[in-house]
Ligand binder design. Structure first.
Ligand code: KE4
Length: 423
């Protein structure tokens, strides 16, 4: 038995499924997950000494690559002053100012500890601000595991094949309505059905939890218009796209102004950080200044802020990272398309900049239903041979590949060579 297998045998006795987040369990793959010991740049190393080119990148935070020196040093330095005070600190002000002064649609921002918390809080703020209860989300989009969002969710929920979750009372989801991604008509119908009751539409501006599904031409603009016409707020869930597609995220990349935005992942550089922000009149609804309660012991934790702010400052002062990521995306996803063409395999490749994935289906993937036509068994076999060839990807068809600035042209070439062998 490998060390990973031995660890997994122990883990399943004491941790549900042996993991602290379901998708890590390789449930869709059918073998023991690799237990990781360390990571550096674009490489990750498991407890058995195997080295892999990493395309999980901790699900997005490691946009500069693992173990980035400036970030590591900022964390070590911050630790010398203590880990947590439960009091206001200067670096929280710096973080808020840094974001608000550079992202035009954010007047105020609140730090929390995960993307789930960010979404849960933004939804509550939207309901508090509008005095309405209904929320429209999209099938296949994943917005964390708060009760109201566990309806036709993507990511690990989709991977598990369980459409929703046990333990969520109907009362928690009765005000969550599900539309079809890239289908404005489905949104308009829901707006008409619940006229005057919709607090917000929440959307992943690029779907990345049903695999990668880009917004169709006019889709995001259409959501903006529908929200304005119906007095609803538009929430961009930018936990994945935030600070990745551009410093200003998908809002900047597509030129759409949401009313609220949620962040996670990159904002914490691998430390537990989420955030939600937006127009002052909405954010001033949030306690202690407003009537929408939201709190957190470790929110704005100084160590996490040190990591996140260092990463954001680097990204802002090195805009070439974004042009690099664009080029890396073209190399990788364009290379996959070339391989499929050469081999006459009609699988689908969806990508937006550094985010992308290959769907094991012959039909275009534009939403949850078309994503689900993918052959997940074929994906599992592909995943296993790619792993054997030193490529570490998300263990699910319904996730994204995350490129970092540490992935070189050489490494992308090696990845494509492995794909040629494995497809
Ligand atoms: P967290 O609570 O996991 O920090 O964020 C929830 C979340 C919210 N919104 C979007 C768009 C997200 O993608 C996520 C979490 N992403 C998944 C990856 N698809 C996290 C991986 C996991 O669940 O282990």
């Amino acid at each position: 038995m490998t060390k990973s297998e031995k660890l997994f045998e122990r883990a399943v006795k004491r941790i549900p499924g042996g993991v602290n987040s379901p998708v890590r369990a390789y449930g869709a793959i059918g073998e023991a997950p690799r237990f990781i010991e360390r990571a550096d740049g674009c490489y990750i190393y498991d407890v058995d000494g195997n080295c892999y080119i990493d395309y999980i990148d901790s699900w997005g935070p490691m946009i500069l690559g693992h173990n980035f020196p400036e970030i590591r040093e900022s964390v070590v330095k911050a630790c010398e002053n203590g880990l947590s005070f439960g009091c206001a600190t200067e670096i929280e002000v710096e973080m808020a100012e840094f974001i608000c002064e550079r992202i035009p649609h954010i007047d105020m921002i609140r730090m929390v500890n995960s993307g789930t918390e960010a979404v849960m809080s933004a939804v509550r703020a939207a309901r508090g601000f509008t005095g309405r209860n209904k929320i429209i989300k999209f099938a296949g989009c994943y917005h964390g595991h708060s009760d109201a969002m566990l309806v036709s969710a993507g990511s690990g929920v989709m991977t598990s094949g369980v459409p929703d979750s046990a333990g969520v009372p109907a009362g928690c989801t009765q005000d969550t309505m599900t539309a079809v991604y890239n289908d404005l008509k489905s949104v308009r119908t829901l707006m008409e059905q619940a006229a005057g009751e919709v607090a917000a539409v929440i959307v992943e501006p690029v779907g990345a939890n049903m695999g990668v599904v880009p917004p169709a031409e006019g889709f995001l603009e259409g959501l903006r218009t529908l929200c304005d016409e119906n007095g609803a707020l538009l929430i961009f869930d930018e936990v994945i796209t935030g600070f990745r597609l551009a410093f200003g995220g998908a809002a900047e990349y597509f030129g759409i102004c949401p009313d609220l935005v949620t962040y996670g992942k990159i904002i914490g550089a691998g430390m537990p950080v989420g955030a939600y922000g937006g127009r002052r009149e909405i954010m001033e609804m949030v306690s202690p200044v407003g009537k929408v309660y939201q709190a957190g012991t470790l929110s704005g934790n100084p160590i996490a802020m040190a990591a996140g702010l260092t990463q954001l400052k680097y990204l802002y002062s090195h805009p070439e990272v974004y042009t690099n990521l664009s080029e890396k995306g073209r190399l990788l996803y364009g290379g996959i398309r070339d391989i499929l063409k050469e081999k006459g395999i009609p699988y689908q490749v969806n990508a937006v900049e550094s985010l992308g994935c290959m769907f094991f289906t012959h039909q275009p993937v534009v939403d949850y239903t078309s994503a689900k036509t993918s052959d997940t068994k074929a994906f599992a076999e592909y995943f296993k041979v790619m792993l054997k060839n030193g490529i570490h990807m998300a263990p699910s068809q319904f996730e994204a590949m995350f490129l970092s600035n540490a992935h070189t042209e050489k490494v992308i070439g090696e990845t494509l060579e492995a794909m040629k062998k494995c497809l």
